[in-house]
Design a protein around this ligand. Sequence first.
Ligand code: NAD
Ligand code: GLY
Length: 368
Amino acid sequence: MNDSRKAPSTLEVALGSRSYPIHIGPGLLGDPRWLAPHLAGRQVMVVTNETVAPRYLARLRQGLGDDLDVRELVLPDGEATKTLASVERIWDTLLAAGFNRRCTLIALGGGVIGDMVGFAAACYQRGVAFVQVPTTLLAQVDSSVGGKTGVNHPRGKNMIGAFWQPRAVLVDTDTLATLPARELSAGLAEVIKYGLIRDADFLAWLEAQMDALRGLDAAALTRAIECSCALKAEIVAEDETEQGVRALLNLGHTFGHAIEAHQGYGHWLHGEAVGTGMLMAAELSRRLGWLSDAEVARTRAIIEAAGLPLAAPADMSVDDFLAIMRLDKKNLDSRLRLILLHTLGEACIHDATPTETLAALIEAFPRR
Ligand code: NAD
Ligand code: GLY
C-alpha cells in the first residue's frame, strides 16, 4: 500500500452519553493510546476469525497494554458462520472465563465478526462494552459504525439482532494491505452508496479516484473512509434506530439481501449483492421517471469500475426476488418499502412502487 503515514483523524458519532469516537489512520492497532482508553475494566475478550487472527491478533494484543485479563476466541471464517450458534460460543467462552459486566469485547475482523460480537455484547449480562476494530473496507466504512448488530436466520439476512453502540471504532488503515481485491470491491459498493444517496460531490470524486482506490493508494482510501464515516455518523446521530432517514443507508440492500439469501450466504459477497442491488434500484428509479438514462449509465459505470457485478444470478426468477423482498425489515404493514434515487446524490424512501413495475424491472434486468 502506498503510504503517506497521515496522522490519524477522529470523528464522533454524537449520541449524547453514548457518543463515541471513530479513529482513522495507519498504525493504530499496536499503539496502546487508541484502544486502552475504551476498555470498561480489566477483563477483555478479543473475538476474531481464523483468517484475521494470524495477520493482526498479535499486533492488537500489543495495543492492549499490560495488566489486563485478555482472552481470545478465534471463530471460523465466513458469512455462513454469522449464526446464533456462533454467538452462543462467544457467550459460553465469556461465562467459562468468569467474565462480569465490566468486561469488554473487542471485534477484530470484517462485518461478520463485528455484527456477531456486537450482538453478543448487547445480550451478555444484559449488555457489556465492546469496541469495533474493523479490518475490511466494508466494515471500516459501514458496519462498524452505528450499532446495528446481529446474525442471519435461514429465512432472512440479519433478522435476529439489536441496536447496541460500540465504545469506539478503531480503523487501522494498514489492515487493508492484506485484503483480497474482491473484498476491496465489495467495500467500495458501500462507499459508492454514500455518494449516491447523499453527496453528489463525493460521488464525482469517487469516479475520478476509482483506479487509485483499487490500487490501494493510502491517501485516497483514507479520504474515502473519512467521508463515508462522516456521512454515516451524521445519519446515525439523526436517526439511531432507523425511524426515518437511516433507512436511506439501505440503498440496493432489499434487492441485494434477496440475492444473498437466495444464493446461500457467502456465495455472493454482501457488497457485491449491494452493488448489483444499487443498479437495480437505479433502473427502477428510471422506470418511475426520476433518473435519466445518463444517470443510470453513470451509476452502472461506477459500479463496473469498482469491479462489482452488473447482473443478477441467472437462477433467480421474479417470484424468487419478490418472495424474499417481502420479508425485508423495512416493510411496514404489507407494503414493500424501497430506497430509490430522485437524482444522483439524493435518495428517498418509497412504498408505492406498483408490483407490476417492480416485476417488469426484475424480469428485464440482466442475468449472469
Ligand atoms: P467478512 O466479515 O466476511 O470479511 C470478508 C473476508 O475478509 C473474510 O474472509 C475475512 O476473514 C477477511 N478479512 C477481514 N479482514 C481482512 C484483512 N485485513 N486481510 C485479509 N482478509 C481479511 O465480510 P465484510 O464484507 O467485512 O462484512 C459483511 C457483513 O457485514 C455482512 O454480514 C453484512 O450483513 C454486514 N453488514 C453490517 C452492517 C451494519 O450496519 N451492521 C452494514 C453493512 C454490512
Ligand atoms: N448499513 C445500514 C445501517 O447501518 O443502517
